[in-house]
Design a binder for this molecule. Structure first.
Ligand code: IDP
Length: 140
């Protein structure tokens, strides 16, 4: 059965451009409830840990640099079928391939600076949420 929570980050490009509020509005209007949220900034080491699954990819070093380049918002979101529905809402990794009306189509500026993160499985949603939030930082 699909889980009901996912994890997102509003990435440094979207945060710096002042698009956090507009993105959170789209997320809430799509039916997601915010159950944990914080503004923070990753160090390059923490970005490397978060994206460790990509460490053999050619873009890994740039990705760690970019993701630690400025503030972000991290959040846990709740909705039925959360992981899949949120991936649909954000659109394809490369904004050039993202469907009209998706968050990445509207706000992303490149395949790297693509505005938002969305977990790709229930298991990763749990791991990624726990990376940022302890049990007292979230709605139960
Ligand atoms: P996803 O975020 O859509 O799940 P992943 O393949 O898991 O995409 O990649 C993680 C992040 O790494 C992307 O969101 C994007 O910021 C960055 N990225 C992915 N592919 C490339 C690339 O080919 N060049 C530069 N950055 C990339």
């Amino acid at each position: 059965m699909a889980g009901n929570r996912t994890f997102t980050m509003i990435k440094p490009d979207a945060f710096a451009a002042g698009n956090s509020g507009a993105i959170l509005k789209m997320i809430e209007e799509a039916g997601f409830k915010i159950v944990a949220i914080k503004a923070t900034q990753l160090t390059p080491e923490l970005a490397g840990k978060f994206y460790a699954v990509h460490k053999e990819r050619p873009f890994y070093a740039d990705l760690c640099k970019y993701m630690s380049s400025g503030p972000i918002i991290a959040a846990i979101l709740e909705k039925d079928n959360a992981v899949e529905d949120f991936r649909t809402l954000i659109g394809a990794t490369n904004p050039a391939n993202a469907a009209e009306g998706t968050i990445r189509k509207i706000f992303a500026t490149s395949i790297e600076a693509n505005a938002v993160h969305g977990s790709d499985s229930d298991e990763n949603a749990e791991i990624e949420g726990n990376f940022y939030f302890n049990q007292f930082d979230r709605v139960r």
